[in-house]
Design a binder for this molecule. Structure first.
Ligand code: NDP
Length: 444
């Protein structure tokens, strides 16, 4: 049996009931076959893949807090410190009822390669809790965040592990967590990214993932003789990534016509009104029905459906496994030429294969949404030198990073005889750097 197949079997056997983690490992290792075969003896001897799929440390803890009625609530929280070969652990904190260890491990595993691809010195980690900030008062969110950080403080630090936001963890949650860290440690340091501008945050961090997604998409289209200008775009989600993807798509001359949330989706043939969307989602934290109510030509539909619209480019920006085989078939039938992932693993394996086999340019999230973590690393740099850069400075660096990521993965795919396979290119480029660093650092 090949080394790759042995490891995939091992991961399934040793990590029962973690389907998302299995899926992520399988997706990465399948595309690394050629690389692993080329170094099989050395990697086997060093158990490199066994170490790569085993987190360096996994922390699971309870988070007790008191709700507004005086009732004690208990959530479960995780921090998976996956790989520190190329820098301190770095990755977001997800607060959502669906969070479990398998989901955090899938995200942490992907993060290793994504962070490597940015070219910046950051290792891979991820964390979160099954706490749902939706419908909670500010005081309840603060109570949760303070209790969560009281335990997490023991394991994080500016040079050890630097968490960030993710689904459910926005500026409010990061603020409460930072306050508690500072209070407990008496240190004012860059232990979290995604901070507010008044206390060490970076300009352009909020926009970074969505903007970065579009910088990379534009570069990919350009290098294939096409252009983002004039393209019709389907975006899913209506959160941080989706909003700024829509905004940058418009700035680059494209026309995004959809967005969605966990209850329904919008088709706006005139192009999404991004200021209205921000008002509904960022300010009022309301449902998309409010968007439709304010736009006479926009249609609101319950449930899923964004991928049924005829578009040139699809940008899934909501959550994992939201673009399935049937959706991929519909996109292809409608003439879609490119899918670039703003969310983490939004496309299932079958859907990815279908898109690739039908000539759709497909860029995986670990490359396409790396602008968020890259700008987090720029926030870390600013915190270390205790300086602030201008929006233009950060945005300029972000743009350059995204262009470099695309060319690195494009080259890696070509070097290994898989030109145009950006999934393989991203995994190979991300993996080689981490593998080299792990080998150089010995058996640790
Ligand atoms: P947000 O919480 O800001 O937004 C998520 C959006 O997706 C919301 O509109 C939400 O709907 C919708 N959504 C969530 N779960 C589901 C579901 N099960 N079905 C349908 N819609 C759903 O998160 P972000 O925009 O920050 O993150 C989106 C994705 O991008 C995630 O996969 C995240 O891991 C990834 N990502 C984020 C980065 C960042 O910098 N923020 C960086 C890199 C990746 P509702 O409004 O109803 O809650």
């Amino acid at each position: 049996m090949s080394y790759v197949d042995e490891i995939i079997d091992l991961v399934v056997e040793k990590n029962p009931a973690q389907p998302e983690f299995h899926q992520a490992v399988k997706e990465v290792l399948e595309s690394l076959r050629v690389v692993v075969e080329a170094h099989e003896e050395e990697y086997r001897r060093d158990a490199l893949l066994e170490r790569m799929v085993n987190p360096e440390r996994q922390i699971i803890f309870r988070v007790p807090w008191v709700d507004d009625k005086g009732q004690v609530q208990v959530n479960t929280a995780y921090r998976v410190q996956f790989n520190s070969a190329i820098g301190p652990y770095k990755g977001g904190l997800r607060l959502h009822p669906s969070v479990n260890l398998g989901i955090i491990k899938f995200l942490g595993f992907e993060q290793i390669f994504k962070n490597s691809l940015t070219g910046l010195p950051i290792g891979g980690g991820k964390g979160g809790s099954d706490f749902d900030p939706k419908g909670k008062s500010d005081r309840e969110v603060m109570a949760f965040c303070q209790s969560f950080m009281t335990e997490l403080t023991k394991y994080v630090g500016a040079d050890t592990d630097v968490p960030a936001g993710d689904i459910g963890t926005g500026a409010r949650e990061i603020g409460y967590m930072y306050g508690q860290y500072k209070r407990l440690t008496n240190r004012y340091e860059g232990v979290l990214t995604g901070k507010g501008l008044s206390y060490g945050g970076s300009l352009a961090r909020k926009e970074a993932t969505g903007y970065g997604l579009l910088y990379l998409t534009a570069e990919m289209l350009k290098s294939n003789g096409s252009s983002i200008e004039g393209k019709t775009v389907a975006v899913s989600g209506a959160g941080n990534v989706a909003i700024y993807a829509i905004q940058k798509a418009q700035q680059l001359g494209a026309k995004p016509v959809t967005c969605s949330d966990s209850t329904g989706w919008i088709y706006d043939p005139d192009g999404i009104d991004v200021e209205l969307l921000k008002e509904v989602k960022e300010v009022k934290r309301a449902r998309l029905t409010e968007y439709a109510a304010a736009r006479p030509n926009a249609q609101y539909h319950e449930g899923k459906g964004v991928w049924s619209v005829k578009v040139d480019v699809a940008l899934p920006c909501a959550t994992q496994n939201e673009l399935q085989l049937e959706d991929a078939k519909q996109l292809v039938a409608n003439g879609c030429i490119a899918v670039c992932e703003g969310a983490n693993m939004p496309t299932t394996l079958e859907a990815t294969e279908y898109l690739q086999n039908n000539g759709v340019w497909f860029v995986p999230g670990k490359a396409a949404n790396a602008g968020g973590v890259a700008t987090s690393a720029l926030e870390m740099s600013q915190n270390s030198e205790r300086l602030h850069w201008t929006f233009e400075e950060v945005d300029g660096k972000l743009q350059q990073i995204m262009v470099n990521i695309f060319h690195n993965l494009d080259k890696a795919a070509k070097d290994y005889g898989m030109a145009g396979n950006y999934v393989a290119g991203a995994n190979i480029a991300g993996f080689l750097k981490v593998a080299e660093a792990m080998t150089a650092q010995g058996i640790v």
